[in-house]
Design a protein around this ligand. Structure first.
Ligand SMILES: *[C@@H]1O[C@H](CO)[C@@H](O)[C@H](O)[C@H]1NC(C)=O
Length: 149
C-alpha cells in the first residue's frame, strides 16, 4: 500500500469513527438547498483545524437551477470582518460535481481545505459559497472552526 492509499484508508477509518455532520448556518442558498456538511477529520465541534494539515470538506446539496459552471468562494470571518480564504481548487466542477449542473439533482461537493502553518491560532467562522452561472449561491454555509497548532 503506498502512502496515498494509506492516507485514504486512514482518513476513511477516521471518518467512520468520528464523522458527525457539521453544524452550519445557511447564509442564503438561493439556487439550492444544503442537506449535509462533513469535514474530515473533525472530532469535536467547532472543528479544530491543525496547522499544516489538510481537511476534506463534503457538502451535500440539491440544486434548484441548471448551471454550466460552479465556483467556490471562501471567506474567513474574524470579528465580523470577512477575509478571502483561498482554496486550491475553486472550480466546483472539478470538486466532485458533474457539470453541467441539473435542476433538482443531489450533488456532493468535495474538496480539500489545507490549513497553512502561517495562519494565526484563532477561532473564526468559515463562509463557503458555491456560485452558479448567474453568481447566485448554489449553497452558502457558515460554520465555526478553531485553528490550532
Ligand atoms: C460525501 O458525503 C455523502 C453524504 O454523507 C457521502 O454519501 C459521500 O460518499 C461523501 N463523499 C466523499 C467523497 O466523501
Amino acid at each position: 500500500m503506498d502512502v496515498r492509499t494509506c492516507a485514504f484508508v486512514l482518513f476513511g477509518l477516521m471518518g467512520l469513527t468520528y464523522a458527525e455532520p457539521v453544524k452550519f448556518l445557511d447564509c442564503g442558498s438561493t439556487s439550492g438547498k444544503v442537506a449535509l456538511v462533513d469535514i474530515n477529520p473533525c472530532a469535536t465541534q467547532p472543528c479544530q483545524l491543525h496547522k499544516g494539515q489538510s481537511y476534506s470538506v463534503n457538502v451535500t446539496f440539491n440544486s434548484a437551477v441548471e448551471s454550466q459552471s460552479s465556483k467556490a468562494v471562501v471567506h474567513g470571518v474574524v470579528a465580523g470582518v470577512s477575509i478571502p480564504f483561498p482554496i486550491p481548487v475553486e472550480d466546483g466542477c472539478k470538486s466532485g460535481i458533474q457539470c453541467p449542473i441539473q435542476k433538482q439533482q443531489k450533488y456532493h461537493y468535495v474538496t480539500a481545505l489545507p490549513v497553512k502553518s502561517e495562519y494565526p491560532s484563532i477561532k473564526l467562522v468559515v463562509e463557503w459559497e458555491l456560485r452558479d452561472d448567474d453568481n447566485n449561491d448554489l449553497f452558502c454555509i457558515r460554520f465555526p472552526v478553531e485553528i490550532v497548532s
